[in-house]
Design a protein around this ligand. Structure first.
Ligand SMILES: [Zn+2]
Length: 129
């Protein structure tokens, strides 16, 4: 059974364990990386999108770009294995070989299943955003 979202396999847009949505649009959202139910925080005040944050920065108008939104975060977003899966998926998407692509996704599925990274001594921190 595949745990990584079908959206990722189909080349659709996906979340990597965090998403900000307009208020009350969804009661629950699953993480596209590991399939877990994400933790919901309601009534968060801030910049919902990068566009809103940029607009506030460049215009100096923070009030009109701030909004109240619902924030969903995977409980495992800070886990090393979760970060490794994101790094593998990003790498796999740019690999020009079908064989390597499939092997990488096979490893990513295995990591999600075991919730354990397969490579240590490598810093996946830079993948966090
Ligand atoms: Zn997750």
């Amino acid at each position: 059974m595949k745990r990584i979202s079908k959206k990722i396999y189909d080349g659709k847009s996906f979340n990597t364990g965090h998403i900000r949505l307009k208020e009350n649009i969804r009661s629950s959202v699953k993480c596209d990386i590991c399939g877990k139910e994400m933790l919901k925080k309601i009534d968060v005040l801030g910049y919902r999108t990068i566009t809103d944050a940029k607009k506030a920065y460049f215009t100096g108008d923070q009030k009109s770009t701030l909004s109240v939104y619902d924030s969903f975060t995977c409980p495992d977003i800070e886990e090393k294995w979760h970060k490794q899966v994101i790094a593998i998926i990003k790498f796999a998407k740019n690999v020009p070989s079908k064989v390597l692509h499939d092997m990488l996704f096979q490893e990513a599925e295995e990591i999600v299943k075991n919730e354990k990274e397969t490579k240590s001594g490598y810093d996946f921190e830079w993948m966090h955003y």
